[in-house]
Ligand binder design. Structure first.
Ligand code: GLN
Length: 289
């Protein structure tokens, strides 16, 4: 057996599920990660053989079960940086890269030497760590309710060589905010909280629904803005005046999010679409009373 045979098996078993091109992408991502064999290596030597095919055969089974390739590889890329992921963390999305870029572009408007930034619900740490990379002057904090997610995000900070302070707390329960957090003031608070309503489950892809952490995805139909409301409450005491909130949002709740920020006296509110033309992020500045 050689790798070409394995590739043929991949196509036979997976093309009906994913299509030929995607299967080739998966196959070469796996040969590269597991055996350091690239697409080019295989083109130059069509009889390329390796000692042990267990890892790639196991990956084939997982792909047949519609496990996301990022979880199989245990790693993905976000804003050009490597991030480890597992089933305790959402897989970073390209829309969220746009949120990071937006913050980086806006931060100069704050005109401050050292920005204090907090990411709420950090998961893999992708937002906080990318901001720490792109804004080396900033002091970045990241909070999550899940200690498993925090284990991953701490590893990712190390992998990317940045200093981020991680805090375990539930933003919905002020009694879990330790006195440290209670006394901190931030210039930017960012969050990509759970925002998919239970009733939207029907439209979700099986690979997301069956594999990614529901804790990071879903909110009750009756209170879909629960996390934003809690963060806005938190920001009343912990966001500096003129500080800015940045949120990733549910594409169907843009109007409601604008209203929520207006009702809470935020100004300079901007709703922004992602590359897929969906209302996906919003920002608002705290009023300087
Ligand atoms: N954008 C993600 C999805 O569609 C949801 C992210 C979130 O709930 N914060 O799966």
């Amino acid at each position: 057996m050689n790798l070409k045979d394995v590739q043929n098996t991949f196509h036979k078993e997976l093309d009906p599920l994913y299509g030929k091109e995607e299967v080739d992408n998966f196959f070469f991502m796996l040969t590269d990660a597991f055996y350091k064999v690239s697409r080019l290596d295989l083109a130059l030597n069509t009889k390329y053989a390796i000692d042990n095919y267990d890892a790639i055969e196991k990956a084939l089974q997982l792909l047949k079960d519609e496990q996301p390739i990022q979880y199989i590889l245990g790693e993905t890329e976000f804003c050009g940086y490597p991030f480890k992921v597992n089933a305790s963390t959402l897989i970073p999305r390209p829309e969220t890269e746009e949120l990071v870029e937006w913050i980086v572009k806006q931060q100069s408007a704050l005109n401050k030497q050292q920005l204090h930034i907090l990411d709420i619900g950090t998961g893999s740490g992708c937002i906080a760590i990318s901001l720490a990379k792109k804004l080396p002057e900033a002091k970045v904090y990241a909070l999550d309710i899940s200690d498993k997610a925090l284990t991953m995000s701490r590893q990712n900070a190390e992998l990317n060589n940045v200093n981020v302070e991680f805090i375990e707390a539930n933003i919905l329960k002020s009694d879990t905010w330790n006195s440290n957090l209670e006394n901190m003031k931030f210039d930017i608070i960012v969050s990509n909280p759970p925002y998919v309503r239970e009733k939207e489950k029907k439209q979700m892809k099986a690979n997301v629904l069956n594999n990614e952490p529901h804790l990071a995805l879903f909110v009750k139909d009756e209170n879909p803005l629960q996390f934003y409301k809690a963060i806005i409450e938190f920001s009343k005491s912990n966001l500096n005046s003129d500080g800015v909130l940045f949120f990733e949002i549910n594409e169907f709740l843009g109007k409601e999010m604008i209203q929520l920020l207006v009702d809470n006296n935020f100004k300079d509110i901007v709703l922004k679409q992602d590359i897929f033309k969906k209302d996906r992020m919003i920002k608002g500045r705290k009023n300087n009373e």
